[in-house]
Design a binder for this molecule. Structure first.
Ligand code: SAH
Ligand code: SF4
Ligand code: F3S
Length: 439
């Protein structure tokens, strides 16, 4: 008779920073580390992985303060292994181990398929570093998604990685490398596996997802995914205005499963600044593009990203951004104060006074908040459909997302997690909507 293993299953704690692509990668890393079960508590872990973001200075600095805290856990539990993955790992590599000697492992975003081998090195008492951009497709070498436990009804699915655009402020082309698309067949297989595990909505991810070219265009991929029974909703993010082709716009009109929500960052409304940012589109071309998208899908909710205080931005440039936002009417928008990133072209240029940049950020955010509220308010009284994702805080309440990606709280719900329920929106709260089921 075989005896129970003397080594109970080890525990893995992953903390994820940054964008949705990191969320997806964290899931895949956890699945690839066989022999580890996930834990929610760092104190219980045998291995801690920080999946990091390098996009702004604050994001990167957070990692070092977190590592300081993790080091204390290691003092109490010397066998604890600490790893750093993601974009800070790629950008800083061995420097992380120098700055924080408690770190055992540094792995860049393109090398996750090598993680199990690296983990074995750690068990042998070594340290491991890998920040290559290997030729092979990491996803093809990572374990399949399999038929494991059922999972949440909405899932991310990375289809494209990297960026060739080189906006003057941005580290992504350096941390994630050149644009690469996963073959459509693999994406479709993974989507089918996810559906078998209970997934009803997928969000296709890429740094420039609409530049996808895995043997099909993104529009073709969306239509192929729409044929999968049981997959009810498709979204994609993040798109670049220059890669928004006619067919993808047409897909918003002809593919019911493609949700009426589009995140399309523009960064600034000033052509002078857009040029300095190396964005290769103008405010006018962006406005015309959105007109065409709204012609195809009039109810689409638009989302965007903005940077204020980019080097040499004047008050007049900033006013042009406010004007553009006024014209678009965003359902969501994210605005950031420019953060100098080492190695990017804009880092060398004359910087805007930080107090002035703060002031602009506040003014832009006030405008965006007003628009977001108006769009939320416009949903009241409408009949929408919600994909139920979890229980609400109050008894009888369920929470999910509408077509337009608003969080919706359904009162006195009979629906279960994973159901698509018809609702009538009854009120708009600060960050969500409330609704009742239509029966
Ligand atoms: N690939 C996407 C998103 C990139 S990062 C795109 O092209 O839109 C997400 C957002 O972070 C960007 O859209 C931008 O608004 C912001 N961002 C990137 N670099 C930044 C920097 N150096 N300072 C402040 N915000 C930045
Ligand atoms: Fe960064 Fe620009 Fe590429 Fe987006 S398009 S990831 S902002 S370089
Ligand atoms: Fe951050 Fe890397 Fe994503 S820098 S935003 S985690 S691609």
């Amino acid at each position: 008779m075989s005896r129970p293993s003397p080594d109970p299953q080890k525990k893995l704690f992953i903390k994820t920073y940054g964008c949705q692509m990191n969320v997806y990668d964290s899931e895949r890393m956890a699945e690839s580390l066989e022999g580890y079960a996930l834990t929610e508590r760092a104190e219980d872990a045998d291995m801690i992985l920080l999946n990091t973001c390098h996009i702004r200075e604050k994001a990167a600095e957070k990692v070092y303060s977190e590592l300081g805290r993790m080091k204390k856990l290691k003092t109490a539990k010397p066998d604890l292994k600490i790893g750093v993955a993601g974009c800070v790992a790629q950008a800083e590599g061995a420097e992380i181990m120098r700055r924080q000697p408690a770190v055992d492992l540094v792995v860049g975003p393109q090398s996750y398929h090598r993680l199990p081998a690296m983990e074995a090195v750690l068990q042998g008492g070594g340290r491991a570093l890998d920040t290559d951009f290997p030729e092979e497709d990491k996803f093809a070498h990572l374990k399949g998604r399999g038929q494991a436990a059922r999972r949440a009804p909405a899932a991310f699915l990375t289809v494209q990685e990297g960026c060739d655009k080189f906006c003057a402020f941005c580290v992504v082309p350096y941390t994630r490398g050149a644009e690469v698309s996963r073959p459509a067949e693999r994406v479709l297989t993974e989507a089918r596996e996810l559906v078998e595990r209970g997934v009803r909505e997928v969000t296709l991810l890429g740094q420039n997802v609409n530049a996808y070219h895995g043997g099909m265009t993104l529009a073709q991929l969306v239509r192929a995914l729409a044929k999968i029974d049981g997959l009810e909703r498709i979204r994609y993010t993040t798109s670049h205005p220059n890669d928004m082709d006619d067919d993808l716009i047409a897909a918003h009109a002809d593919t019911d499963k493609l949700m009426p929500y589009l995140h399309l960052p523009v960064q600034s409304g000033s052509d002078r600044i857009l040029k300095r940012m190396n964005r290769s589109h103008t405010a006018e071309s962006y406005l015309r593009l959105i007109e065409r998208i709204r012609d195809a899908r009039p109810d689409i909710v638009m989302s965007g990203d903005f940077i204020v205080g980019f080097p040499e931005e004047t008050e007049a440039d900033f006013q042009a951004t406010l004007d553009l936002v006024e014209q678009i009417r965003y359902g969501y928008a994210y605005s950031f104060k420019y953060s100098t990133r080492p190695g990017t072209p804009a880092a060398e240029r004359p910087q805007v006074d930080p107090a002035e940049a703060d002031d602009r950020l506040q003014r832009l955010q006030a405008l965006i908040t007003r628009q977001q509220r108006e769009i939320q308010q416009s949903m009241v009284g409408r009949d929408l459909t919600v994909l139920v994702e979890k229980k609400g805080r109050e008894a009888g309440q369920m929470v999910g997302k509408s077509e337009y990606l608003h969080a919706v709280h359904i009162d006195d719900a009979t629906a279960a997690i994973g159901d698509l329920v018809p609702v009538r929106i009854t009120a708009a709260m600060t960050n969500s909507l409330t609704a009742r089921e239509r029966r």
